[in-house]
Write a protein that binds this ligand. Sequence first.
Ligand code: ACO
Length: 430
Amino acid sequence: MSDKKATLKVDGLDETIELPVYSGTLGPDVIDVGALTSRDMFTYDPGFVSTAACESKITYIDGGKGILLHRGYPIDQLAEHSDYLETCYLLLYGELPTAEQKETFVSTVKRHTMVHEQIRTFFNGFRRDAHPMAVMCGVVGALSAFYHDSLDISDEHHRQVAAFRLIAKMPTLAAMSYKFSIGQPFMYPDNNMGYAENFLHMMFGNPCEPSNVSPVLARAMDRIFLLHADHEQNASTSTVRLAGSSGANPFACIAAGIAALWGPSHGGANEAVLEMLEEIGDVSRIDEFVSRAKDKDDPFRLMGFGHRVYKNFDPRAKVMKEAADDVLAELGIENDPLLAIAKRLEQIALEDPYFIERKLYPNVDFYSGIILKAIGIPTSMFTVIFAVGRTVGWIAHWHEMISGSYRIGRPRQLYTGHTQRDFVALEKRG
Ligand code: ACO
């Protein structure tokens, strides 16, 4: 915080309004506009393009420079030297764990991987062809009906237990939503395995044979979770904060985050990337689709390109691209037709003035879709995997808000509807 002030002069208002300006440790200053309400005025910022909705110490992004820091640590360093659960610890508690702290954290997460047996029955209420994100919205929200002993948000212990339960159970529920859709038996978690390895075991294993998860694929999966772990005040995280600001329980708040993530402009983009590559179908048709993306009268957009915040290469996309190259080399899939389309599309978009002028770089979803496809994850599960990785970010933000001072989130509006008018009786209308 600082002594800086912004002065606002409004036409028709005699006085100038002084507004406090606050500085963070990094990033732009913010103007506190709270004093405007008493002058019967609001700010107007659809899409929250220049609105800071909270103070946070968790994640910092500089979209212009392509920087992403979790608790100060650059994402590429975490992706290279850390793993998903260690990054979860960092996001939740603010520091990297000691060896002992890490061991305790990992073993606590592992002790919560199983879900209440009744949840297996709950799944039977869904259609087999339901989208796994639809199932996840329902089942994660329903956790609040199963875990009554971690719903008191004013109790720090309850909050901690809810955090462990959510991080631990998300892979189990995600794999169950897939197994249900293909009519295979649910797999119980194997707590001798690592987090990502266990997820792949529950996704692709069956009770009749021992699981054999490739360490290379488990490492790639772990990186995907890590690279999605948090991303500051994006649409789903802001949704979780808004839901949480009313005092809703953590399971309900995370279900709200899952719903917000589902949209194709946010987490649904990785699924949309693969659908788009399939629709393009052949390298020879790329130019046609690029022209459509540039045509103002065509709603088509190149999925996996552009970002609200990054106007430079998304640092996660850089790591994801390297991971994609590793996985493809390891699996020996260099001649896949969809990958050929993806690579050509990336090259064209990076050279085309339309994309260069608008700073539309390939985003993290462009490459994650490619890796997930190579690992054998069905397209409909892509956004679910994003949700599994992002759960820790949602909880870290929810916890930061609940353990500090907060008010219910309640935006205002610029009303452009009718002014007051008298009710017209039915027989007099028309
Ligand atoms: N293809 C073609 N043109 C695009 C694209 C795209 N993918 N993205 C943006 N543009 C154009 C817009 O038409 C606009 O052009 P104009 O200035 O001539 O009108 C300009 O670039 C700016 O775009 P906006 O829509 O204003 O950018 P905004 O910040 O609102 O949207 C978004 C960001 C939603 C990510 C957008 O780039 C998009 O739809 N991308 C495709 C979907 C996608 O990949 N989403 C994943 C985001 S990453 C994540 O959630 C993890």
